[in-house]
Design a protein around this ligand. Sequence first.
Ligand code: HEC
Ligand code: HEC
Length: 242
Amino acid sequence: MIKRMLIVTVVPLLLIAALAATVAAQSTGDPVKGKAAWDAANCKSCHGPNGEGKFAGPRAGDGKTAADWIKQVRTPRANMPTYSVEQISDATLTDMWAYMQTLPKPTSFTAYSVPVPATDPVGKQLWSQKRCEACHSNFGQAMIKARFVDQNRDVSTEVVLKQLRTPAKAMPSFNATQVTDAQAAEIAAFIKTQIAAIKATAAPAAAAPVTVPKTGGDLSLLALGGLSLFVLGAGLALRARR
Ligand code: HEC
Ligand code: HEC
């Protein structure tokens, strides 16, 4: 009887307490952890190291709720790419949000972008417009060298689409409204020209390998070595006899 009363009253109380604690943790966040996470994640590439705004608007003191932030990151309103739960958890987002609310809201902001002349390739213009530049600065030179030139991989629309829709690791995804398939094709074409340009400027292939002696050469060298050893041995033997 007492046991049952305990179960009926204490268990729900415990559950409520646990739930309240979770909700509290979720809606308050830890600004210290949030600072480290903001520095480590790529949010800063677009929103600025201190949330002061850069390629995208300021986040410092933005007065939004943690729930607003989570909604934006999972289902962005317009041009921001999407981060999955595996990439950044809700708890980490809440920490970042808490940290940003401790910083002063900037009094003014002008979006930063790298201008591209209208006569330049469409893919290059898209690189700037779509904010690929925020993470892949200098029109992706470092990424293109590391991922394509150095690995001797070629690019194609499929490769770009795969990365945009289902990124390998840390890159947030861009959906078909944010970057259309046709735009991905333009970007792929641009990357292709960059691969070629990087290859062309790279130092001419390090001194052609020294002609390797053919098997015959090897054998004659061996024979020569053997012969000299024999002569040496014979000489020594003769000397020892005297
Ligand atoms: C590639 C650039 C880019 C990156 C990276 C990025 N954002 Fe954004 N973010 C944007 C843009 C652009 C907007 C404005 C949304 C729009 O177009 O209306 C935005 C808006 C927001 C907003 C405001 C939404 C609203 O309700 O007004 C929040 C919050 C936000 N971002 C959080 C983050 C967090 C957290 C991260 C990292 C996990 C992040 N962003 C990474 C580009 C970016
Ligand atoms: C928030 C930062 C961020 C933004 C914005 C971003 N990228 Fe990336 N990108 C990455 C990271 C990090 C990688 C390394 C691979 C990974 O973690 O997925 C990467 C890798 C790539 C790769 C190499 C994929 C491969 O097959 O090796 C391509 C191509 C690429 N990005 C294209 C783009 C394009 C196009 C845009 C703009 C539409 C863009 N990225 C915007 C962070 C970003």
